[in-house]
Design a protein around this ligand. Structure first.
Ligand SMILES: *[C@@H]1O[C@H](CO)[C@@H](O)[C@H](O)[C@H]1NC(C)=O
Ligand SMILES: *[C@@H]1O[C@H](CO)[C@@H](O)[C@H](O)[C@H]1NC(C)=O
Length: 967
């Protein structure tokens, strides 16, 4: 019987997979539009206008940490509590929730790295309708206007941001479902009209009341539907129909019914940004870097989903969600961080027509009526309003501010920024051995070989197929001998199988998520019927972490790392291919509340497992598909199941840039494209793109022909080899960028505007990008391209082509003729980049190799740069400060290497082999002077045609202090 069931399950999965893989593109019908998501529809039907909310200024209470003010909805009388926090570092936190909720509402835990330090607030002004607060030591002030309720944040006399200025604060309070079904049957049209009338009459009645003692009316008074009901109510309909129609107590999508035991709980708030025309962030969407207005379509959606063959340039949700938006203009960058893990929609409009009419007390704001303005509205299905305003003023301030809340990018082990060779699947140990040998035979460096789901014993994670991978330890040891690593996939759906240890263990601890009837929730995924562990439960995470111990994960070794896929979570037979919203998690919270956190917790638990297995010594590496704010602390993300198409190649830039702006620097797209088969030209161009993305992995679908980089003829092997080797030569630069991302939250891969904030030409550019402050990359992403036009920004700055060393004056639109070997990359004048030009089999083979410094002089003949180095794998850089952090400065013809961090200590055998100075003049002599005063002459060559000065063998240890003098 069991065997029959198993067989059936396998067939079912095969059927699902076939039916999924046979369609050509995303089936949009599988995914909700705003109007199919009842709360989004209800909320979006509320139009801007006068807000029913009034701030009860007399209720103001100033505490040590915040101020509290009650808000009253004058239609339904439900009171809310507003809390405002002035946070250290130019941030303001605004929380709004019900004053007296029927039961607690969900507040996102585990994402903020600490309780953000607060600064005392002070009331600095007050009149009948407003209160002014000083926000911090700087000149920021916040004005609370009572009626209609709004908040305005001012910097000096400049209005920076307004809250609820369009009156879109909507808070669906928790309520009892008043009537039983039979009551409803008998409810009459007349009684409904009575209710509606009473709603409206109560509005006028309450106009002048400021009493806190007002009791909310019964739960059936829906502020936001009141107006609509007048228009839409049809006499035949009873109340139940209406609730159903509005999706308040249940809704269906396709064949799926969402029971809503808590009824409607959605929230919404609007923000106006005078002076801003450009907004960015809120990954993950397959769209341009600069976000579009959503007036004529759906809002951008944030709801982690496994979207099969996603379409480009639209606001549909994808695998991950970071509810952080950045706004930028030539004067200022600011951020809005909406801390909510429920399904969320973000509307953006930018216009002058629907512009806010400023309150009379703000009329003096100069020029505001003429300024462009962006209006943003956030809508979430449940939880509370908890929003952080990051006031910049510079983009680097915003990155620090966001990092101070959610943490920075974990410093990855060095090997993870090398090249990764993956496909679904490397079939067996022999296949792995051949791929490993093929990389060496063709002189293509690589650090990691990956195994997808077929390596397991019947999709039971933490196991190996006994026939294909009988001796995983031997395989891992062979890789170790080559200084290579392996990654295996470990997904969060656990095969329901009483003979499977992992399944039983989680069950015995009763740690699966529950369906609404209280049984373990089960859904279909790769293994057939599967349970979904409740990763929101710390006990589950700790159990999961222990499963990575070497004696638990049989066949694992130190050089085995992990890939978490399908962790949105993907449920093939669930609504929108994910978990039902009424699934119950730890603490009784619904998936509705925690949905966007699931994948975040999976990666967190996996990373903790890797740390645990090494006794806390080794840095983990975990790649995840689903993510949330803070995921940067646990590893890398990739852009999911893309396709071998030119547009997918192009969109990998804005997708990773948006992630980087939202704190997640370690991003890449499947090189070659996951679905479909790339032309050889596309594959080569994709390697040229991927080599300049933070995470660099080739991957391919099971159904596609093999595409290891040496299978396309010697000429193409050479092209791919050359760009992979270029990646390895630049590893010291990449590693230093990652260290800075870890330290400060500044992204590794950056939009041009981050480096050139006042250059409006850069604001919408997403076909080129910066690595750090130093390299500008404009990959070729058009089929049959003969040339590209790169924009070189920076008034009065200079750029050097990294191959020809040709110098260009900025700003300019530079046409660059290209061949298949061209990857247009420019080093910015004024920067110094460390490289290791002796490329070897893997990054660990290069650890002691010598460095070359590339000094690109600015128009003022200056430059500076940095180098970070450590053991590449342990936490000693944190616990023992074992690292080298050098600062290089070129000024007045003197190149100096000094310690950027005197508290660090680490020794290396690596020495300085060469210095290349771009834009140099011919010196008559070159000396190097050591710390002890000793000097020696340095050999050099000068190429007058290119102005390149090459200093040979300064031969000093890279960690030492020295000065090179050009005379
Ligand atoms: C706060 O803003 C002021 C300008 O208003 C700026 O000078 C300062 O650097 C900012 N501080 C932080 C920590 O972002
Ligand atoms: C490190 O110490 C030296 C003197 O020993 C000093 O000149 C230098 O400024 C210090 N560097 C930093 C970054 O503190």
């Amino acid at each position: 019987m069991a065997a029959v069931t198993e067989r059936f399950q396998q067939l079912f999965v095969v059927w699902i997979v076939l039916s999924i893989t046979s369609s050509v593109a995303v089936d949009r019908n599988n995914f909700k539009t705003c109007s199919q998501s009842s709360f989004c529809k209800r909320q979006r039907n509320v139009k801007p206008g006068s807000s029913p909310y009034r701030a009860l200024l007399n209720s103001l209470e100033l505490t040590e940490k915040n101020i509290k003010v009650q808000l009253i909805n004058e239609v339904n009388k439900v009171p809310l509590l507003l809390e405002i926090y002035g946070l250290e570092g130019n941030m303001t936190r605004i929380k709004i929730t019900e004053l007296n909720p029927l039961k607690p509402r969900y507040e996102v835990p585990d994402v903020l790295i600490q309780d953000p330090p607060t600064l005392p607030l002070a009331v600095t002004g007050r009149d009948d309708n407003s209160i002014e607060l000083a926000l911090s030591q700087t000149d920021h002030r916040l004005i609370i206007t009572s009626k209609p309720f709004r908040l305005d944040i001012m910097a000096g006399n400049e209005l920076v941001l307004s809250v609820n200025s369009r009156g879109l604060l909507v808070f669906e309070h928790l309520r009892q479902r008043k009537d039983t079904f039979s009551d409803k049957i008998s409810s009459t049209v007349g009684s409904m009209w009575d209710r509606i009338k009473s709603l409206f009459s109560s509005e006028s009645k309450q106009e002048n009341s400021e009493s806190e003692a007002e009791k909310p009316e019964d739960g059936n008074s829906e502020q936001l539907d009141a107006a609509e009901k007048v228009d839409e109510a049809e006499p035949e309909k009873n109340e139940k129909d209406e609730d159903t129609e509005n999706g308040m107590w249940e809704e269906t999508f396709k064949t799926h019914r969402d029971s809503k035991p808590n009824g409607p709980t959605s929230i919404s708030l609007d923000f106006s940004l005078p002076g801003f025309e450009n907004v960015y962030g809120i990954p993950e969407h397959a769209d341009n870097l600069k976000l579009k207005t959503t007036d004529n379509g759906d809002p951008y959606r944030l709801y982690n989903l496994d979207v099969f063959q996603y379409e480009l340039y639209n606001p549909m949700s994808l695998y991950g969600a970071v509810p952080l938006m950045l706004a930028h203009n030539a004067q200022r960058t600011l951020g809005i961080f909406w801390l909510n893990s429920a399904e969320t929609w973000v509307d953006i409009s930018s216009n002058t027509a629907g512009k806010t009419v400023f309150g009379k007390m703000l009329d003096y704001v100069q020029g505001s009526k003429e300024a462009p303005q962006t209006d943003v509205r956030w809508i979430s299905e449940s939880g509370i309003i908890d929003v952080f305003i990051l006031l910049g003023p510079k983009s680097t301030n915003v990155f620090h501010q966001y990092a101070s809340l959610t943490g920075t990018q974990a410093l990855p082990p060095l090997f993870t920024i090398g090249y990764h060779q993956c496909r679904w699947n490397y079939n067996d140990q022999e296949d792995v051995r051949n791929v490993d040998a093929g990389l060496d035979d063709h002189d293509i460096p690589c650090d990691v070989i990956w195994l997808d789901i077929e390596h397991t014993d019947g999709k039971r994670y933490f196991t190996w197929d006994p026939n294909k991978f009988p001796k995983p330890q031997d395989m891992l040891q062979e890789l170790e001998a080559k200084k290579r690593k392996m990654v295996t996939i470990v997904d969060p759906h656990i095969k329901v199988d009483s003979g499977y240890k992992i399944y039983n263990e989680i069950r015995s601890h009763d740690l699966y998520t529950k369906s609404k009837d209280g049984n373990d929730y089960e859904g279909w995924c790769w293994p057939g019927n599967a349970g979904y562990p409740d990763f929101t439960n710390p006990e589950m995470r700790s159990l999961w972490a222990k499963m990575f111990a070497y004696d638990q994960y049989e066949g694992s070794r130190e050089n085995l790392y992990t890939w978490n896929d399908m962790n949105e979570p993907s449920v093939f037979n669930g609504p929108e291919v994910t978990m039902h919203k009424d699934v119950v998690h730890n603490g009784g919270w619904e998936n509705r509340d925690v949905h966007n956190l699931y994948g975040y917790y999976v990666q967190m638990a996996t990373a903790e497992g890797q740390v645990l297995r090494s006794g806390g010594k080794e840095r983990p590496f975990v790649l995840t598909r689903a993510f949330f704010a803070g995921s940067q602390r646990y590893g890398a993300v990739w852009t999911g199941d893309n396709a071998a198409e030119w547009d997918h190649l192009k969109i990998s830039i804005p997708m990773c840039l948006s992630l980087g702006l939202a704190g997640i620097s370690f991003c890449g797209a499947d090189v070659g494209g996951f679905f479909k088969t790339p032309s050889t030209e596309l594959l080569v161009r994709w390697y040229q793109m991927g080599a300049y993305h933070p995470f660099f992995r080739a991957h391919a679908h099971l159904d596609t022909p093999r595409r290891e980089p040496w299978l396309f003829g010697e000429e193409n092997t050479k092209l791919i080899r050359s760009v992979v080797r270029e990646r390895y030569a630049l590893l010291p630069f990449w590693y230093t960028l990652f260290y800075n991302a870890y330290r400060t939250g500044v992204p590794v891969m950056r939009p041009l505007w981050v480096e050139f904030p006042a250059d409006v030409t850069t604001f919408a550019i997403d076909n080129e990008f910066m690595l750090g402050n130093a390299l500008l990359v404009h990959p070729v992403a058009e089929e049959g391209s003969r040339g590209v036009t790169a924009y070189l920004p920076g008034t009065g700055e200079v750029w050097y082509d990294v191959r020809s060393f040709q110098k260009y004056i900025a700003p300019q639109q530079l046409y660059i003729p290209v061949t298949m070997s061209s990857v247009p990359v420019f080093q910015r004048g004024g920067t110094i980049i460390p490289r290791k030009n002796r490329v070897r089999r893997s990054s660990s083979c290069m650890i002691n190799d010598p460095y070359t410094l590339y000094v690109a002089l600015s128009s003022q003949n200056t430059a500076d740069g940095e180098l970070y180095e450590d053991d590449g794998h342990s936490f000693n850089f944190q616990t023992k400060k074992e690292y080298i952090h050098r600062k290089f400065t070129f000024i007045n013809n003197i190149l100096t290497s000094s310690n950027a961090d005197n508290s660090s200590h680490f020794t290396t055998k690596a020495w300085l082999e060469k210095v290349v100075v771009m834009g140099a003049q011919k010196p008559s002599k070159v000396h190097i002077q050591m710390k002890d005063g000793s000097t020696s002459e340095v050999e050099y060559e000068f190429d007058a045609a290119t102005s390149i000065l090459t200093l040979r063998k300064p031969a000093v240890n890279i960690a030492s202090d020295w000065t090179i003098l050009l005379r």
